[in-house]
Design a binder for this molecule. Structure first.
Ligand code: UD1
Ligand code: MG
Length: 451
């Protein structure tokens, strides 16, 4: 494939989002929309990659770097239209020869394969300009493609400039184009703003190229793939479409979803074959689940690694840095943060394990808490292999429970426990025979006296 450069338009203010955050930084499946677009483009190894932002948008710049290191950001000081936006990127493209792909930071569902098809169409059809188009269920608001008898594109008519007859056309412009760099440099400065909106339309390039006898063609994709996001309703629609795409991929890769639509995935969730996901599970970014593991209903998991054949949930919470080893069990209402639970260990009920190691095959009783925080810093709890922590124990960190040791139920452990020892850290029980009966008799007598 020949050289590809990209220009991503991300200068939109996103007024309709009603947000302090730049629109392209709103997330879908745990990643900013801009990240999705740049990641899709990354497969084409674009160089240069130019992101056109609003002035003074350091967060947008940082996000671009995150997904496409080396991406250049340029500011569009005034929003004078899509051609004006691309114009801002021209100095960065001055010496580039090849195909320039124009993308949009708020069109997050576009796939790498589709972008590759655009670039290929240039070569295979000898086209100077390729438009990514779709057949709209309702074309209102979109630019319409005008075709000649050969099916080549002769122009794009914006909604506001279209005649009633042209408004009936359902073949619409996605906005995404692939254009020869020389042609872009030649035509862009000649675009005028003599139209209903008084904007410099990028779409004018199409009629200009066609008038010069250049070949302009279109490539089709599904409407969903080029869905734009302008408000929170469209953000939710894009999220739903992305979730559907991720779930289908995960199922094709061998994971079982008992109720796919109730499971939320992140863009990078990795599920190995034979993983079973029960209903209502939430995956934040950075989760890997090994073969045969079962994630039971209502679990909430982020930045965690789950090894093969582990059992998580129901109602488990795995927070950043949770590493659950092969065959380990994390049960209901258990929270694990920045901790390793080693092979075959069991933490089955109502427990907090934070900043800790739970050794292999250790058994953590119901209600055990690692007291990791003193209001200033976090401290480590080290629980040896095969240790047994009795229910309702508090392990006050920093503290170490030796290999194979027992901790009596209800203990508050503040000192290290040696290997194989039993630690008891609770008041000794006292039984007073007959006390209850004597107490009741006394109280009843008192009640009779006062009534
Ligand atoms: C544009 C296309 C239209 C297409 C539609 C698809 C033009 C003239 N029209 O129309 O044919 O069907 O998209 O959704 O291109 N932007 C900037 N700077 C600007 C103007 C826009 O960065 O000065 C960005 C916007 O943030 C947005 C994108 O470019 O991401 C498209 O601009 P928008 O104003 O939404 O164009 P449409 O009128 O929707
Ligand atoms: Mg738009």
């Amino acid at each position: 494939m020949h050289a590809v450069a990209i220009v991503v338009l991300a200068a939109g203010l996103g007024t309709r989002m009603k947000s302090r955050r730049p629109k392209v930084l709103h997330a879908i499946a745990g990643r900013a929309m801009l990240g999705h677009v740049l990641d899709a483009a990354a497969a084409l190894e674009p160089n240069p990659a130019v992101v056109v932002t609003a002035p003074d948008a350091p967060e947008v710049q940082a996000e671009a770097q995150r997904w496409l290191p080396g991406a250049i950001t340029v500011a569009q000081k005034e929003r004078l239209g899509t051609a004006h936006a691309v114009m801002q990127a021209l100095p960065e493209l001055a010496h580039f020869e090849g195909t320039v792909l124009v993308l949009y930071g708020d069109v997050p569902l576009v796939r790498s394969e589709t972008l590759k098809r655009l670039v290929q169409a240039r070569k295979e059809q000898g086209a100077d300009l390729v438009i990514l188009a779709f057949t709209a269920a309702d074309p209102t608001g979109y630019g319409r493609l005008l075709l000649n008898d050969q099916g080549d594109v002769t122009g794009i008519r914006e909604e506001v400039d279209a005649t009633d007859e042209e408004k009936k056309i359902r073949l619409c412009n996605s906005g995404i184009i692939a254009i020869d760099a020389d042609l872009l440099r030649a035509l862009l400065p000649r675009v005028s703003n003599d139209n209903a909106k008084g904007e410099y339309y990028l779409t004018d390039l199409v009629a200009m190229a066609a008038a010069e006898g250049r070949k302009v063609v279109h490539v089709l994709c599904d409407e969903e793939e080029v869905m734009g996001v302008n408000d929170r309703v469209q953000l939710a629609a894009a999220e739903a479409a992305m979730q559907n795409r991720l779930r289908l991929q995960a199922m094709r890769d061998g994971a079982t979803f008992q109720d796919p639509t109730s499971v939320f995935l992140s863009f990078d969730t990795k599920l190995a074959p034979d993983v079973v996901i029960e209903p209502w599970v939430w995956f934040g970014p950075g989760v890997t689940v090994g073969e045969g593991a079962v994630i039971r209903a209502h679990s909430h998991i982020e930045q965690a690694t789950i090894a093969p054949h582990a059992m998580i949930g129901p109602f488990a919470r795995l927070r950043p840095g949770a590493e659950i080893a092969t065959g380990a069990k994390i049960g209901n209402f258990v929270e694990v943060k920045k901790a390793t639970v080693e092979e075959g260990a069991k933490v089955n009920h109502f427990t907090y394990i934070g900043d800790a190691r739970v050794g292999a095959r250790a058994n953590i009783g119901a209600g055990t808490i690692t007291c990791n925080y003193d209001g200033f810093s976090k401290h480590f709890t080290d629980i040896g292999a095969e240790a047994f922590i009795g229910s309702n124990s508090s392990l006050v960190a920093p503290v170490k429970i030796g290999r194979g040791a027992y901790v009596g139920s209800g203990s508050v452990i503040t000192e290290d426990v040696p290997e194989e020892a039993l630690a008891l850290a609770r008041a000794r029980q006292v039984n007073k025979p007959g006390w209850a009966r004597r107490f009741r008799e006394k109280m009843r007598a008192l009640a009779r006296k006062t009534s």
